[in-house]
Design a protein around this ligand. Structure first.
Ligand SMILES: CC(C)(COP(=O)(O)OP(=O)(O)OC[C@H]1O[C@@H](n2cnc3c(N)ncnc32)[C@H](O)[C@@H]1OP(=O)(O)O)[C@@H](O)C(=O)NCCC(=O)NCCS
Length: 338
C-alpha cells in the first residue's frame, strides 16, 4: 500500500522501519558507505528551507498482526524549490523489480505536475541500479560529478599541518564551528556570490545573499547537520578571500560532507584552497571524535580543485550524476491517458 506520509507526525516505528530500509539499500548499492543512525532522522526528513516544501509517500507491507504497522518497504519524496521538484526514491532490495519504484515516481510526478512545476531533477549514484531505472523512465543525464572520499586514518597529519600554514603573506585563517558569526555573514555571502567554484552538486543550491545564508544555516542545524567553516581573511581589506564548508550529519557522523569551497578571483594563486581545507581537517580531527572519512563532489573539469584534493589524500570513488525530466512528459509516459 502506498500512501502520503508526513515524517513530522509519523510513528517512531515507521521512522525506524524506514531507517532499516535505507540501510538495506546502502548495504546493497553503496556497501562502503556508513549505515545511517536514527539520531535526528525525523528532523532530517521533515525540515526544509523557508519557502520550500517536501512531500513524501511510503510503501508499507501488509501488517502481519494487529499491532504491527507494516514494514516501510519504499519511500519517495520530492522537494519543491524554484521551478523544479527534486526527487528521492528508495525501494528495499528484497522487493525490487516489481514496479514499486515506478509507482512511487508516478505518485510524486503527478503531484509535481498538479502543483504546476516544470521539471523533476534527481541525483543518481553511478554504478547502481538507479541509473538503468531513471533511464528506463525517460530521465536524461544533465551533469556528472565525481565523488571522492578521504580516509582520515591514512592522513599524514604533520604534512597536513604544514599545508595549513602554507599560505601567502597578508592572509590568516579563522575556524568557526557551527557556521560564520553574524558579523561575518555579509562578507561571507559576498564571497559566495562572487565566485561559484563549488564543490557540491547543483541540486544542493548554495546561498548567495545574507538572509538566504542565515536561513540555510538554520535549516542545517534543524536537520541535525553541523556546519564547520574555515575562512581565509585578507588582512588589508578584511575581505573573505576564501572559505570552505564541511557538514557533519548526526545521521552519519563518521563520514562528513564537504560543501562549498570558494577562493575569490583576486585571491587565487596564494595557496588558499589547500590551506583552508588542510586547516579544516585538523580542526575536525579534534572537534569530531567519531569522524573517520570526508566525502566531496567535484566537476570532472575542475582540475585545480581535483589536484588539491588528491594532495590532501582524497581518492575518487564513483560518478554522481544529475538527471532531469519534463514533468508532463513523465506523467504521460508512466500514466498514459486512456
Ligand atoms: C532505483 C530503484 C528505486 C528502482 O526500484 P524498483 O522498484 O526495483 O524499480 P521498478 O521495478 O519500478 O523498475 C522499473 C524499470 O526500471 C528499470 N530497472 C530498474 N532496476 C533495474 C536494474 N537493476 N537493471 C536494469 N533495469 C532496471 C527496468 O526497466 C524496470 O522495468 P522492468 O522491471 O519491467 O524491466 C531501487 O533500485 C532503489 O531504491 N535504488 C536505490 C536508490 C537510491 O536512492 N540510492 C541512493 C542511496 S544508495
Amino acid at each position: 500500500m502506498v500512501r502520503e506520509w508526513d515524517p513530522r507526525t509519523a510513528s517512531s516505528a515507521e521512522i525506524a522501519s524506514l531507517l532499516a530500509t535505507l540501510n538495506a539499500v546502502l548495504a546493497a548499492d553503496l556497501p562502503q558507505d556508513p549505515p545511517w543512525r536514527e539520531t535526528s532522522l525525523r528532523e532530517y526528513l521533515a525540515e526544509v528551507m523557508p519557502g520550500e516544501r517536501r512531500i513524501s509517500w511510503i510503501a508499507q507491507a501488509e501488517p502481519t498482526d494487529p499491532g504491527d504497522p507494516g514494514a516501510v518497504l519504499g519511500q519517495v519524496h520530492v522537494l519543491l524549490l524554484g521551478d523544479i521538484g527534486v526527487l528521492e526514491v528508495l525501494v528495499h532490495p528484497s522487493v525490487r523489480r516489481s514496479g514499486l519504484g515506478r509507482d512511487l515516481v508516478l505518485r510524486a510526478a503527478r503531484r509535481v505536475y498538479q502543483e504546476g512545476f516544470q521539471s523533476i531533477g534527481v541525483e543518481v549514484v553511478g554504478d547502481t541500479p538507479a541509473v538503468a531505472f531513471y533511464e528506463a523512465l525517460g530521465f536524461a543525464r544533465e551533469y556528472v560529478e565525481t565523488r571522492s572520499v578521504l580516509d582520515l586514518t591514512a592522513v599524514d597529519w604533520a604534512e597536513l599541518a604544514e599545508m595549513a600554514t602554507g599560505i601567502g603573506a597578508g592572509y590568516h585563517l579563522e575556524f568557526f564551528p557551527g557556521g560564520p558569526p553574524d558579523d561575518l555573514i555579509e562578507a561571507y555571502a559576498r564571497a559566495k556570490a562572487e565566485v561559484r567554484d563549488v564543490d557540491d552538486g547543483e541540486l544542493r543550491p548554495s546561498s548567495y545573499d545574507p538572509e538566504r545564508l542565515r536561513d540555510s544555516l538554520d535549516t542545517l542545524h534543524r536537520r541535525g547537520m553541523k556546519p564547520y567553516i574555515v575562512l581565509a581573511r585578507h588582512e588589508q581589506s578584511g575581505e573573505v578571500a576564501g572559505l570552505t564548508e564541511v557538514v557533519v550529519p548526526a545521521q552519519h557522523p563518521t563520514r562528513a560532507d564537504q560543501y562549498d569551497t570558494i577562493v575569490a578571483q583576486d585571491h587565487r594563486g596564494y595557496g588558499i584552497d589547500r590551506a583552508i581545507k588542510a586547516r579544516m581537517l585538523l580542526e575536525l580531527r579534534s572537534a569530531e571524535a567519531e569522524l573517520i572519512e570526508v566525502q566531496t563532489w567535484n566537476a570532472q573539469a575542475n582540475e585545480a580543485m581535483l589536484k588539491v584534493n588528491a594532495e590532501l589524500g582524497y581518492r575518487s570513488d564513483r560518478d554522481w550524476c544529475e538527471y532531469s525530466v519534463d514533468v508532463a512528459e513523465l506523467v504521460h509516459r508512466l500514466d498514459p491517458p486512456r
